[in-house]
Design a protein around this ligand. Structure first.
Ligand SMILES: [Zn+2]
Length: 73
């Protein structure tokens, strides 16, 4: 299975919706931890990358391609 590609500014869907009922999260910070913000209630949470990847279902809308492809590992 290929890992899902995601990046800063993407709108993603997680396996479980946020308690407010909305299942669209925006990635607002990338690092060791990922900070995502609920597009419904604007609440933001920081979760470890590994946990985020387990919860990630799909990318709904990728942010506009930018900064080239520098961080491909
Ligand atoms: Zn919410």
């Amino acid at each position: 299975m290929e890992p899902i590609r995601y990046g800063l500014g993407d709108i993603v869907q997680l396996k479980k919706p946020h308690p407010c009922g909305v299942n669209e999260m925006e990635i607002i910070r990338m690092g060791m931890d990922i900070r995502i913000k609920c597009t419904g209630c604007k609440h933001s949470v920081m979760i470890p990358r590994a946990k985020f990847e387990k919860r990630l279902k799909k990318v709904l809308r990728a942010a506009a391609q930018q900064e080239g492809e520098q961080d491909e590992n």
